[in-house]
Design a protein around this ligand. Structure first.
Ligand SMILES: [Zn+2]
Length: 182
């Protein structure tokens, strides 16, 4: 897949719909929920990333990044949402699930998607610094691994980017001057 940039919106979802043969609208609706989750992360100082898991057209789990709040390096939105979905379904195997996340997953989360046998990944903004679903690596579509996912990038990417930019701009203007990693 060609390198894609953050900030595509209307044309991006049309292209995605053609690629995956899935109507853009359900992805967009799920992404709206993921964006709401993302915005709540900033309230406790966490980088605003949100994720939801959709099975049979229903959101079965939603979570946001809690690394800072929980002092847990693995508490990314995707991991928390996958855990919650697996508990709810009663199986670690999420073969009919779609994970919808506002930012391109990192290597850890992309690995978790493969481990959970998730069917599809829908994400918003590309992450050129840590993205493992096309930017730096392509863990979701590597034939050497035992599972591959359909990937639809760029859904409501601009909204996701705006949240992240505002968060980092605010943090830079604060006293701690933290870095830009998630
Ligand atoms: Zn991650």
């Amino acid at each position: 897949m060609a390198q894609l940039f953050s900030g595509r919106s209307a044309s991006g979802s049309l292209a995605s719909a053609r690629m995956t043969d899935v109507p853009a609208h359900p992805d967009t609706a799920a992404m709206q929920q993921a964006l709401v989750e993302a915005s709540t992360a900033a309230a406790h100082g966490d980088v605003p990333v949100g994720a939801v898991v959709v099975i049979d057209g229903r959101v079965v789990a939603s979570a946001h990044n809690e690394r800072q709040r929980s002092n847990d390096p693995t508490a990314h939105a995707e991991i928390l949402a996958l855990r919650d979905a697996a508990h709810r379904v009663g199986s670690w195997r999420l073969t009919t699930a779609t994970l919808v996340v506002t930012l391109e997953p990192c290597p850890m989360c992309a690995g978790a998607l493969v481990a959970a046998r998730v069917r599809r990944l829908v994400y918003g903004a590309d992450d050129p610094k840590a993205g493992a679903c096309g930017s730096l690596y392509n863990i979701c579509a590597d034939p050497r691994l035992n599972h591959e996912l359909e990937v639809t990038p760029g859904v409501l990417a601009e909204q996701s980017s705006v949240l992240l930019r505002e968060f980092f701009a605010e943090r830079r203007s604060g006293s701690d001057g933290g870095g830009e990693d998630r």
